[in-house]
Design a protein around this ligand. Structure first.
Ligand code: C5P
Length: 232
């Protein structure tokens, strides 16, 4: 699996997103479209960014009954995204149904990764709200194993977990890691961060980088710095 830097385009309009991407001129970074942009602009923003030649990670974190997820995934597959995701908490049956829905007639499909436990969930809220009493690290690894068993390609995880996920699920199992910051940059609201070089050393396959690029004075230079540190 090729290593790449994915820019989290957390903007609330097509206009702001496209103006941001215009700055990259000849370059075509891998772009993450999340709920805010997708719910604001709909599938047309996916088509427009795709038409411009970017790869797209559509981060909508599906979680519903298997039949509904299968049908929704079929729609996303036709949108020609390159990567998408769901919640492993939806169970292996839901994940298997998602793969069926995503697979195109020619057998190809976007990369499908699972969210394990959100990083906003801690041990206390998992125990009190979800009634899951196991240590959160084990829950994350168990969900990763379930995703692998269901045939998914990988998981979203903190860069700090990427090494362990590879140990448990194999080197080919993809780790997509947010929470990346430059050594001399602002951390913001991210609690557990790594530099692109550290994420590379620990074995992340893709890093998802938002504000260190989108809020930089020179986003193109920040993106290039990320690529240099992460890909080399
Ligand atoms: O701006 P920043 O680099 O913090 O953006 C990180 C991106 O990754 C955001 O789109 C955020 O929603 C996403 N993300 C995250 N932590 C997770 C899962 C997703 O930061 N555990």
């Amino acid at each position: 699996m090729g290593k790449d830097v994915i820019i989290a385009c957390d903007f609330n309009s097509a206009q702001k997103t496209l103006a941001f991407l215009d700055k990259f001129e000849g370059k075509k970074p891998f772009v993450k479209i999340g709920m805010e942009l997708y719910y604001s602009e709909g599938p047309s923003i996916v088509r427009e960014i795709k038409k411009r030649g970017h790869k797209i990670f559509l981060d909508l974190k599906l979680h519903d009954i298997p039949n509904t997820v299968k049908k929704a995934m079929a729609v996303l597959s036709r949108l020609d995204v390159d990567m998408t995701n769901l919640h492993a908490a939806g169970t292996k049956n839901m994940m298997k149904a998602a793969i069926e829905g995503l697979t195109r007639e020619d057998g190809s499909r976007p990369i499908l990764i699972a969210v394990t436990q959100l990083t906003s969930t801690d041990q206390e809220s998992m125990e009190s709200d979800l009634l899951i009493k196991e240590p959160i690290d084990e829950v994350v690894m168990h969900y990763a194993s379930c995703a692998k068993d269901a045939g998914l390609d990988g998981v979203v995880c903190s860069p700090l977990e990427a090494g362990k996920v590879h140990e448990r699920c194999g080197e080919a199992f993809v780790t997509v890691t947010p929470g990346v910051r430059f050594a001399d940059g602002e951390v913001g609201d991210q609690k557990r961060v790594m530099t692109p070089a550290q994420a590379k050393a620990i074995g992340s396959d893709y890093i998802v980088v938002g504000r260190p690029i989108t809020a930089a004075d020179d986003p193109v230079a920040a993106y290039e710095r990320c690529c240099k540190e992460f890909i080399g």
